[in-house]
Design a protein around this ligand. Structure first.
Ligand code: RP5
Length: 167
């Protein structure tokens, strides 16, 4: 079975279609690592009922980690975390008005009791959210642990193989 046909283990969720430009990088890394995942637009303020049902049903459907990207008053990751025991990793999407600082602070500054693991603004955060999700799943999955080690080795080799930045 391929990652595409397996039951998804990671939910890649975002507040708007406009967030896909950022969150596609998370989905790409999960695909590279062979982690079955689903991608959904779930808006905290435009589709609040969908947010609740998504969070309430995720664990029962086999989702083990949720990656949530949002921008501006980015309450999606925190609200998801409030409604599920699954680990939620938040990706602050770079907003136009405040460059993503609004997204970052909205996601990071959760009051004690409901954690959201917050990554960097933009593409780096999306990539790292996927790598973090893979690291969590790899604790109990030797195949994925191997894939993650290889991904990291390729990255190291790419730097070592090209020491001169002008080439
Ligand atoms: C948030 O508002 C989304 O996460 C998005 O980053 C931002 C802007 O959404 P759109 O107006 O592009 O739909 O809910």
């Amino acid at each position: 079975m391929t990652a595409a046909t397996e039951t998804p283990r990671v939910g890649v969720v975002m507040g708007s279609h406009s967030d896909w430009e950022t969150m596609q990088h998370a989905a790409d890394v999960l695909t590279e690592l062979g982690v079955a995942h689903e991608v959904r637009v779930v808006s905290a303020h435009r589709t609040p009922d969908l947010l609740f049902s998504y969070a309430e049903q995720a664990a029962g459907r086999g989702i083990q980690v949720i990656l949530a990207g949002a921008g501006g008053a980015a309450h999606l990751p925190g609200m998801l975390a409030a409604k599920t025991r699954l680990p939620v990793f938040g990706v602050p999407v770079q907003s136009k008005a405040l460059n993503g600082m609004d997204s970052l602070l909205s996601i990071a500054q959760m009051p004690a009791g409901i954690p959201v693991g917050t990554l960097a603004i933009g593409r780096a955060g999306a990539v790292n959210a996927a790598l973090l999700a893979a690291a969590v799943l790899a604790l109990h999955d030797q195949t994925l642990a191997g894939a993650l080690e290889q991904w990291r080795s390729r990255q190291t080799r790419a730097v070592l193989d090209q020491p001169d930045p002008r080439t």
